[in-house]
Design a binder for this molecule. Structure first.
Ligand code: MIG
Length: 827
């Protein structure tokens, strides 16, 4: 199959762009307003209104800063169930005021400082939301009341919009940093070689965070139908969201008293769940290709990493490993001895991840198909037959992942591969994507709305059966869930690595996400920052883009810059399409190989810090990869900045994103000072400076006052346990940093098997406070970065030491310490 021939055709790609506009057209509807509302007797924790149109409105507060607004157009609320939500909290008791003259109903959490939701009853019901300080921040547009279409089932609401209000999140969008004045569609779509602006693509997360004058709020529209967000594209004075069916069911997060984005995200991820700590090995470098086939290629690649001393942890097996693309099988010809292969890889310190697609080949001689058919595990047509469509294996049936029995069955199928030694799993094509032309073995890859199941396909819907129009957007997420839950059950003491292409709100509970079939272009490299940071603030921490761009072959320079730019992104994997030139870190000649090795080495040096950032995500919902505005909402110069990002709270990354550049302007967020990682030079916040960046240099800065845990280069995470840690402390401002440690896999960490260290810098004294067992990696050095001169002396826990070294080129003072050192003082 010559896929890349199609991808290379410019005409096909232009057609793709045009079609994606057609996909995003919003629903045509005969709108009807709710009409006047009437307050029903309020319950303790719930307010319900009937309306003249027959629609019903239900309002609850989940806490003093989170409101849920629910409208049932036909007057009957469906079951209270959501694929997005991890645990639906009990609503809090309300205090409700009915003002007859003003025709309003106001609710707030009783007995505490609370947000306020004010419902105006006439002429048609509308909702305004105030924060706990009394500021109105979200108001239904009185000129565009909430509407529904009784025939099609469509629902829609419009909010007043301030001219400078910005919006972030919306999951995975191939769009610039802020999505103000954009029109976006939520409909998971297989869109290879998507161009910047193409919409929708693979993931649908109908959640966003607003930013206006330094304050945020969040809105989560929990509706799995095709939905859309018009964030001022049609009229900058309002924004509108709606869906082709279902309820108008959305949550408003005030972001607490501060109205901060961090609080909004904490509340959103408390509701939809957080990513749990990945196994440490999954934070290592990952090498993939479509496909390393036969097995000798896999061996060769793994061996070359070790020979060339380029660190790596994971190697991926794409669809080529299977027997005729039958999932859960191995090709007898190309992978005759999988156990042997996997054991040998393990000896080399590699773990293997295999791809598993949803399509199950219709083949009576194939056990997975027979078993699935017998269990009734596959989706059905409206007429009740097994629904069949063509994907890689030919004609396929598709598990209905909206059935708990089917999820459990599918999850159990991973047992054989786990026993054989596969470490992680990659779910692809789960938008779901199918081939357009069933008769062709050369799948047309253009972006076409029909490239999925017929909308009438039936799903079980976890007990609330419905059609594909309703469940399409959760199909991929429920597949990833089946995988995750299967792995949890089969290997209760290992943390799963699941990687998925499609998802819906809450996908972070089950899987890492990559941004699908990007292109080997500089534009795509630049787009990784707005794409990945916006996914991050959509609650999905473990995100990455194929390094080098999946489609076509990058130049040596592009690949090298891309690897460098991605080194501190959460999910770090090179992947490339069939028919592209080889793409390993050594594929571009010796000069580039050296630099590529250094990029991957940087990743490994930073792993203790990155791991700490993932732990903070699980605890507090802090994203690992952050847009600048997230931590600096009072610095307007950060709002649209999309050529830099923060890795964790303390590291600023400003990669080269343009061909031929060897220096760039870096903006330093206001409120902190920044120390150049390499030179120790200090930059005040609130200014832009030109920074040198020859090909071997990633511009990298550490926040003054921060303490960042690093380690020497290792060849894989397997080697970490006995390697000492260096805490890098950025001088110049008082501040704190943390280090989180645990076993790196398993769940003992949830029973307190962790060590947490806090580093507090006051002037030139560092205090270290540590809690937990000492059996993890030991702290052996502290490096003070940003020092102007050698100290005259250094004291450790009150005793003078000579065991320090000042390096004038890096402006670092390196001090040997012990794992129990409490205080280091520079004089
Ligand atoms: O129709 O498995 O995005 O990463 O290499 C293409 C083959 C199917 C698409 C994925 C890509 C993967 C490829 N897959």
């Amino acid at each position: 199959m010559k896929l890349s021939r199609l991808w290379r055709k410019p005409s096909a790609r232009l057609a793709a762009a045009a079609l994606s506009i057609a996909v995003s057209q919003h629903v045509q509807a005969a709108w009807q307003t709710l009409g006047a509302g009437q307050l029903e007797t309020p319950h303790n924790d719930l307010v319900e209104l009937s309306t003249a149109s027959g629609a019903r409105v239900r309002l609850t507060l989940l806490d003093a800063g989170t409101a849920r607004i629910r409208i049932a157009p036909n007057g009957v609320f469906g079951r209270d169930f959501s694929y997005a939500i991890a645990t639906q909290p009990k609503p809090v008791p309300l205090s409700v005021e009915h003002d007859d003259r003003a025709n309003t109903v106001t609710l707030r959490a009783s007995g505490k400082e609370s947000m306020r939701v004010v419902v105006t009853l006439k002429p048609s019901v509308r909702v305004d939301v105030y924060d706990s300080a009394g500021e109105l921040f979200l108001a239904d547009d009185p000129a565009r009341e909430m509407v529904f279409d009784p025939v099609s089932g469509a629902v829609q609401v419009s909010k007043q919009r301030a001219a400078t209000e910005l919006y972030y999140g919306f999951g995975e969008k191939a769009m610039p940093m802020s999505r103000d004045q954009r029109f976006m569609t939520m409909w998971n779509s297989d869109t290879p070689a998507y161009l910047p602006g193409a919409d929708p693509i693979y993931q649908s997360i109908p959640f966003f965070i607003s930013l206006l004058h330094g304050k945020s709020y969040g809105v989560f529209f929990d509706n799995t139908y095709r939905s859309y967000f018009d964030m001022g594209a049609t009229d900058p004075a309002r924004y509108t969201f709606g869906a082709a069916g279902g309820e108008l069911d959305y949550y408003v997060f005030t972001g607490g008293r501060e109205r901060s984005a961090a609080n909004v995200l904490r509340s959103y991820t408390a509701l939809t769940g957080r990513g749990s700590l990945p196994p440490l090995w999954a934070l290592g470098y990952q090498q993939s290709r479509y496909s390393y086939t036969p097995d000798s290629q896999v061996r060769e690649v793994a061996k070359t990493f070790r020979e060339k001393k380029i660190p790596a942890d994971v190697i991926y097996l794409d669809i080529g490993y299977m027997e005729g693309y039958r999932i859960f099988t191995w090709s007898k010809k190309d992978f005759p001895e999988p156990e042997k292969l996997l054991a040998d890889l393990k000896n080399e310190g590699f773990r293997a991840v295999t791809i598993v697609d949803p399509g199950v080949k219709v083949d009576d001689d194939y056990a997975v198909y027979r078993d699935g058919r017998q269990r009734g595990a596959f989706t059905r047509t409206a007429k009740g037959d097994e629904m069949h469509a063509t994907v890689w294996p030919g004609l396929c049936a598709f598990p209905d992942f909206t059935s708990p029995d089917t999820r459990a069955w599918f999850g159990s199928l991973y047992e054989k591969f786990l026993d054989q030694g596969v470490a992680g799993f990659w779910n692809d094509m789960n938008e779901p994507g199918v081939f357009l032309n069933a008769d062709s073995d050369e799948p047309p890859m253009q972006h076409d709305p029909k490239k999925t199941f017929p909308l009438s396909t039936r799903h079980f819907g976890d007990g609330d059966p419905g059609d594909h129009a309703r469940y399409h957007n959760v199909y991929g997420m429920q597949m990833a869930r089946a995988t995750y839950e299967g792995l949890r059950k089969l290997r209760p003491d290992s943390r799963p690595l699941v990687l998925t292409r499609a998802g819906y709100a809450g996908i972070q509970r089950f899987s890492a996400v990559w941004t699908g079939d990007n292109d080997a272009t500089w534009d795509h490299l630049a787009m990784t920052i707005p794409m990945l940071t916006n996914l991050s603030v959509s609650g999905v921490p473990f995100v990455g883009a194929d390094v080098g761009g999946f489609v076509e072959t990058p130049s040596a320079e592009l690949y090298t810059r891309w690897l460098q730019a991605a080194a501190l992104t959460p999910f770090f994997r090179t992947h490339s399409a069939i028919d592209t030139e080889p793409r390993e870190p050594w594929s571009f000649g010796a000069d580039y190989e050296k630099i590529n090795r250094e990029s991957i080495e940087l990743r490994y040096r930073m792993l203790p810090y990155l791991y700490t950032a993932f732990a903070a995500e699980e605890m507090d919902g802090e994203p690992v990869m952050r847009p600048l505005w997230f931590d600096y909402p009072h610095d307007v110069k950060t709002y649209l900045r999309e050529d830099e990002f923060l890795a964790g709270r303390d590291i600023l990354v400003a990669p080269i994103l343009h061909s031929g550049e060897t220096k760039r302007r870096v903006y330093f967020p206001n409120g902190d000072a920044w120390i150049d990682w390499w030179s120790g030079k200090r930059y005040a916040g609130g200014q832009e400076k030109e920074i040198e960046a020859p090909l071997n240099r990633l511009p990298l800065f550490v926040r003054a006052g921060a303490s960042v845990a690093t380690q020497p280069v290792v060849q894989s995470t397997n080697e970490m346990a006995n390697v000492p840690l260096t805490i890098t402390v950025a001088l110049g401002t008082d501040g704190t940093g943390t280090l989180y440690q645990d076993a790196g896999d398993g769940y003992a960490y949830r029973n307190g098997e962790t060590r947490r260290s806090t580093f507090t810098l006051k002037g030139k004294t560092l205090h270290i406070e540590t809690n937990g067992p000492s059996r993890f990696q030991k702290i052996a050095f502290v490096e003070f970065a940003g020092a102007d001169a050698a100290p005259s002396s250094v004291t450790i826990d009150g005793k003078t030491t000579n065991d320090f070294h000042f390096d004038a080129t890096t402006r670092r003072i390196r001090v040997a310490v012990s794992n129990n050192t409490k205080e280091i003082e520079l004089h």
